[in-house]
Design a protein around this ligand. Structure first.
Ligand SMILES: [Zn+2]
Ligand SMILES: [Zn+2]
Ligand SMILES: [Zn+2]
Ligand SMILES: [Zn+2]
Ligand SMILES: [Zn+2]
Length: 120
């Protein structure tokens, strides 16, 4: 037994497991310190993947979505609304309007309507 090592637990993968994890470098999430298995087609695990269905990009640090799917407001890391550029909190509450709504303060309450400049 000259070749005894921890093998990657991924089905049919025979690579050596990466450091302390149960997975090889190909099947382990690329995020530092994360030893979870990658999802199909992405380089990160479920936890570190963008929450938008069909998107396989890495979620931003402490966010739920990738750069492409995060609210454009600096400092806001919520997912953008469908076909919009801002998250549900920072999108105008008027029907069909996807413009930026400047929600004041840290009170992110979806029940309180907030409108863009045009609908104010
Ligand atoms: Zn592997
Ligand atoms: Zn991960
Ligand atoms: Zn995404
Ligand atoms: Zn936002
Ligand atoms: Zn509006």
């Amino acid at each position: 037994m000259g070749c005894f090592y921890n093998r990657c637990v991924y089905s049919y993968c025979f690579r050596k497991a990466y450091n302390d994890s149960d997975l090889c470098h190909k099947h382990k999430c690329v995020m530092d310190g994360c030893n979870q298995q990658r999802t199909d087609l992405s380089e990160v695990c479920m936890h570190h993947q963008c929450r938008v269905i069909g998107c396989t990009l890495n979620a931003l640090n402490d966010g739920d979505s990738c750069l492409k799917h995060s609210c454009r407001l600096i400092g806001c890391s919520y997912c953008i609304v469908k076909d919009g550029n801002f998250c549900i909190y920072h999108t105008c509450s008027a029907k069909e309007c996807k413009s930026f709504a400047n929600r004041k303060g840290d009170n992110l309450n979806i029940l309180l309507n907030e409108y863009c400049d045009e609908h104010n």
